[in-house]
Ligand binder design. Sequence first.
Ligand code: ZN
Ligand code: ZN
Length: 392
Amino acid sequence: MKKLLIIFISYILFTSFVRPENLTSVSIRIMTTRVITTVVFSPTSGDYLVYGDGELLKDYDPTGIFQMSIDKDSILLKTFERTIGKFASLKFYSKENVGEFKIKAVVPTSRVRTYDGNLEVSLTPDKAQFLLINKVSLENYIAGVVQSEAGKNISLEYYKLQAILCRTFLLSHLNRHEPEGFQLCDDVHCQAYLNKGTEANIVKGVFETKGLVIVDNDLNLITSAFHSNCGGVTCNSQDVWSISTSYLKSVKDTFCLHSFNAVWQRTVPLEDWKAYLQLKHKYPVDDSSKFAGATSYSQANGRNIFFMDRNLKIPLKTIRADFKLRSTYFSIEQIGDSVRFNGRGYGHGVGLCQEGAMRQAVLGYSYKSILNFYYKDVHLVDLSALSYFRQE
Ligand SMILES: [Zn+2]
Ligand SMILES: [Zn+2]
């Protein structure tokens, strides 16, 4: 009874920060990182209606190919046969939002991408590039993100887990790009969304976990952080981002130790390393009474936060960023005129370790069990129940 009451209260509280109008479809800027000035749109299934500046356009073949290019401050719309006109905005809406279309940048050229749902086209405020916004059902978007973030040919159980993480991220970042007129971008800044989800197991994993998101003990959507490989130990969120959470706590993970990104090496000339310490961190590398060498450093007994050498104390994440290392989980040794970073893992190390989770899924652990392995004291909540409580 007590548990039921907690769940009920959680739904009520939960409704106060998730906007219901955003639960069924989302608006995602696609091709965000490209400055595109000519693009081609073509429907592949479903009937699309085309609107130019809000007016339904007629007298064109709706199954055809549309080319859009920037002409001064407007969008010039053409089919193969003719020029249709100039517009400030265009909308390609499929009936009941069940269509699928292909899109390809022509200037500069890109590969063809396929998406579900609708497309809205306008120009950025400086009129220098297209603003392409995909209006797509929430779960179809999640399938596209799961495929982009996790890749193909992974187990169904892992895809379920990844779907829940990506859905949780989406719902806790719905306002991220609001001033720009969309919700999330398709770049890693938000979540990669480079195509629709096409693999059967991905679509299945998304729809079998439909609506499920993760909340913490205070009933807030969690920061569903994940990374490629933790190297054997995940990180506390406060050690990496200076933000303490109840659920992003360091855990030992032996499941990823033999995976693809488990270990790495990087060799740097000793002179470059010394110059770096001297110039960036003002460390007296020529004063042997103060400088021990900084060429022997170990994290063999677990992860550290700082690189230390006598009075030297540098956040490992600074060194990782400056040398573009795969992780902060490295030791250093001198080999002749070089220093070698012997590293473990790939990524920031906070939250779920993808390769460890994939291995657990292969070994037969359920997505719920894997979730609770990497996130402490979290709960799965079904969004579909929220609308029921909203109507109460
Ligand atoms: Zn973004
Ligand atoms: Zn791991």
